[in-house]
Design a protein around this ligand. Structure first.
Ligand SMILES: [Fe+2]
Ligand SMILES: [Fe+2]
Length: 127
């Protein structure tokens, strides 16, 4: 999940920094990432009965709907709306990752370890 989230940040950054001629490709790359990223999390939620999954899946679907809408505007020559989408994604993502994605990660780890959290301790060696 962390690796996927780093990729998300990199692709949003590309939407902010690429020149106008590269925006179409950058938006296609972001859409492909978002589809796979959200589909993976949705599958984890469904398979593991994650309680607030409806709210989480709804957020994913709203983001994808916005991306597709912006792709239609870009096809009509509106490049500014892609930059606006990128800014909106940058503002949206930290809270989504901190609350919904981290709650999902905690839920999955507890399921895998049958409710026993994994605690790492440093070994103390006496001289
Ligand atoms: Fe995520
Ligand atoms: Fe998510």
């Amino acid at each position: 999940m962390d690796e996927t989230h780093r990729e998300f940040v990199d692709l949003v950054n590309a939407l902010l920094t690429v020149d106008d001629g590269g925006l179409g490709d950058a938006l296609v790359a972001f859409a492909a990432h978002a589809e796979a990223h959200f589909a993976q999390e949705n599958e984890w939620m469904e398979k593991n009965d994650f309680p607030p999954r409806d709210c989480h899946i709804d957020e994913h679907n709203k983001v994808l709907a916005s991306v597709y809408e912006v792709q239609r505007h870009l096809a009509e020559g509106d490049v500014a709306i892609v930059r606006e989408l990128a800014v909106a994604l940058m503002e949206w993502f930290p809270a989504h990752a901190d609350y919904l994605d981290s709650a999902l990660a905690t839920w999955l780890v507890k399921r895998v370890h049958a409710g026993a959290p994994l605690v790492m301790r440093r070994k103390v060696v006496k001289a």
